[in-house]
Design a protein around this ligand. Structure first.
Ligand SMILES: [Mn+2]
Length: 230
């Protein structure tokens, strides 16, 4: 089976619980639609797990992208920065959840820091797949319909920060599976649940804000939810 999950944001325990719940095996494939790091405490732990797995494909979210740029910029000489001044310089990242990622990164040895930076560097922006005759476009987010209509002119940042027109059908022959926007912001009554309409499948259930971590099976469009009691 082929699954998609998004916006784990360091909720590593919920992710492991979800894999357990769906009995994820070597025959399955899981797509993670970005924002693995920041906000929650275990983003770095999650990345180390993901880089060792053959059948999990992680895509790039805006948080992974920013973390990559910041950590790469700090390079291997992160120890030479005074924490307080660093927090000032990277206020934007830090205030948007980067603090947990930075703290965990700083504890790593140089070899592990390099592994994290190299892994983040490789994350693709989107994937197009066909499952059971259905076409899926998978990415952290997509831009407005008009931009997607002229796909070749899209910037990569459109797949990190774009604002989806959830009310518009972009393509009647394709499903657009995205994260980035907690579904409660699309429709409050969907808080903590996957939102499917107009050939959009929005799967960020807001796990890091205390909601369950949801995932969808692309073979069956069945939804699965895992929550911890913490
Ligand atoms: Mn995001």
């Amino acid at each position: 089976m082929i699954y998609a999950v998004s916006d784990i944001h360091g909720c590593y325990d919920k992710f492991l619980g979800l894999l357990d719940l769906i009995k994820f095996s070597d025959d399955d494939t899981m797509y993670i639609l970005g924002d693995m790091v920041d906000r929650g405490k275990d983003g770095i732990k999650l990345l180390f797990d993901l880089m060792d797995r053959k059948n999990i494909v992680a895509l790039r979210g805006n948080h992974d992208h920013t973390a990559f740029l910041m950590l790469k910029h700090l390079g291997m000489s992160v120890d030479s920065y005074d924490t307080e001044s660093l927090l000032e310089i990277y206020r934007m990242w830090i205030s948007d959840g980067g603090h947990t990622t930075y703290k965990a990164f700083k504890k790593l040895n140089k070899q592990d820091r390099r592994k994290i930076i190299n892994y983040l560097a490789t994350l693709p922006y989107y994937r197009e797949i066909t499952v059971n005759g259905k076409n899926f476009f998978l990415s952290h987010t997509i831009p407005e319909k008009e931009k997607m209509d002229s796909f070749d002119d899209c910037r990569m940042s459109d797949f990190l920060m774009g604002e989806v027109d959830y009310e518009k059908v972009y393509d009647k022959d394709r499903f657009f599976v995205t994260g980035h926007t907690p579904t409660g912001f699309i429709d409050e009554s969907y808080t903590g649940k996957i939102w499917q309409k107009n050939n959009h499948i929005a799967i960020d259930c807001g796990a890091v804000f205390g909601n369950p971590l949801g995932c969808i099976c692309l073979d069956t469009l069945e939804e699965f939810y895992y929550d911890t009691k913490e």
